[in-house]
Design a binder for this molecule. Structure first.
Ligand code: PAF
Length: 299
C-alpha cells in the first residue's frame, strides 16, 4: 500500500493505490454529504481529460480521477507496452485542477492471480471498434465495472471522442443497474481540428498532417449532409476518399446511431459520423454528430 500527496502551487492531491482505501475515502466523502464525481482515465492526461475533470469539479464537491493503463483492453499486437505513462506529470495536473483523490492501482491489484471474471456487452461491441479490436470492449466493460465498484461515485464523466465506448458503458450501466449517472463531454480539438488523444504523441510532424484527414473527412461529410446529402453510402465514400488522400489506411467511415452503433440509412440529424484509420503504426478514431446546435443568442 502506498500513498502520497503532491503539492502544486499549494494544492494537495491524495494518491491512493490501495483498492479498499480508495473505496473508503469515497464512502467517507459521501457520508459527509459530498457529491462524488469520477473521471476514469489511463493517464497521459491531455486537454480532453482536463475538460472532464473541470466539469466534474464544477458539478461535484469531491472529484476522483483514476489512472490505470488497463491491460485487458489491449489486444496482443497493440500498444500496451509503449502506451505513455507520464505519472508524475499526470498527478501534478490533477493537483492543479483541484482533484481530491487520484486512484492509481497496480495491474496486480486489479487482476490478481486467478482472476477470471469478465463483463460482455453484446451486440454493440461486435461492430466497428469491436470488430477491429476483438476483446477491447470486454476489457473496457470489465475494468469500468471494477472501477465503479471501487469508486462508488454519483456521476462518472466520459469523452464523446470515444463514442462507441461511451455507448457501451451507457448500455452496461442501464443493463446492470449501476446507481450512477453517466455524463458525456464534447470532444476537444486542437485549433487545426485534430481531436486530442493520448496517442497523438506517437505522430511525427508528417503523420500529424496526415491525421488531419480524419477531422477533415468528418466536417466535409457534415457540410454535405447540411447541403442535403442523405445517402449513407455517399457520405461514407466521401469520408473514406478524404482519409485515403491524406495517407490514412482506413478501417471504417460510416453513419451510425449513437446508441446502438447500427448503420443509419438515410442519414438523419440524430446520427453520428464515425471514422477510424491508421497513420503509420498509430490507430486513430474520431466522430462528429450530424446535429449542429443553433448558435447561442447574443443578447
Ligand atoms: O477511455 C479510457 O481512457 C479507458 O478506456 C477507460 C474508460 C479509462 C477504461 O480503461
Amino acid at each position: 500500500m502506498q500513498q502520497f500527496h503532491t503539492v502544486y502551487g499549494g494544492a494537495v492531491v491524495e494518491v491512493v493505490r490501495d483498492l479498499q482505501r480508495a473505496r473508503q475515502a469515497v464512502l467517507t466523502a459521501r457520508a459527509a454529504g459530498k457529491r462524488v464525481g469520477f473521471v476514469p482515465t489511463m493517464g497521459a492526461l491531455h486537454e480532453g481529460h482536463l475538460s472532464l475533470i473541470r466539469r466534474a469539479r464544477r458539478e461535484c464537491s469531491f472529484v476522483v480521477v483514476s489512472i490505470f493503463v488497463n491491460p485487458t483492453q489491449f489486444g496482443p499486437n497493440e500498444d500496451l507496452d509503449r502506451y505513455p505513462r507520464p505519472f508524475q506529470r499526470d498527478v501534478q495536473l490533477c493537483a492543479r485542477e483541484g482533484v481530491d483523490l487520484v486512484f492509481a492501482p497496480s495491474p496486480e491489484a486489479m487482476y490478481p492471480a486467478g482472476y477470471s471474471t469478465y463483463v460482455d456487452v453484446e451486440g454493440i461491441t461486435e461492430r466497428y471498434e469491436g470488430a477491429c479490436r476483438p476483446g477491447h470492449f470486454r476489457g473496457v466493460a470489465t475494468v469500468v465495472t471494477k472501477l465503479f465498484h471501487i469508486i462508488p461515485a454519483d456521476v462518472a464523466y466520459f469523452g464523446q471522442k470515444d463514442a462507441q465506448q461511451l455507448a457501451v458503458i451507457r448500455r452496461m450501466v442501464a443493463d446492470l443497474n449501476f446507481p450512477l449517472e453517466i455524463v458525456a463531454c464534447d470532444t476537444v480539438r486542437d485549433p487545426d481540428g485534430l481531436a486530442v488523444s493520448s496517442r497523438n504523441v506517437y505522430l511525427d510532424p508528417q503523420q500529424r498532417r496526415s491525421a488531419l484527414g480524419l477531422s477533415r473527412a468528418l466536417f466535409e461529410a457534415r457540410r454535405r449532409f447540411q447541403a442535403g446529402e442523405r445517402s449513407r453510402e455517399a457520405l461514407g465514400t466521401l469520408m473514406r476518399r478524404i482519409m485515403e488522400q491524406s495517407g490514412i489506411a482506413v478501417d471504417y467511415a460510416d453513419v451510425v446511431d449513437p446508441e446502438s452503433f447500427e448503420p443509419v440509412d438515410p442519414a438523419t440529424e440524430q446520427a453520428l459520423l464515425i471514422v477510424a484509420g491508421r497513420v503509420g503504426q498509430t490507430r486513430l478514431i474520431d466522430n462528429l454528430p450530424l446535429w449542429t446546435p443553433p448558435p447561442e443568442p447574443t443578447h
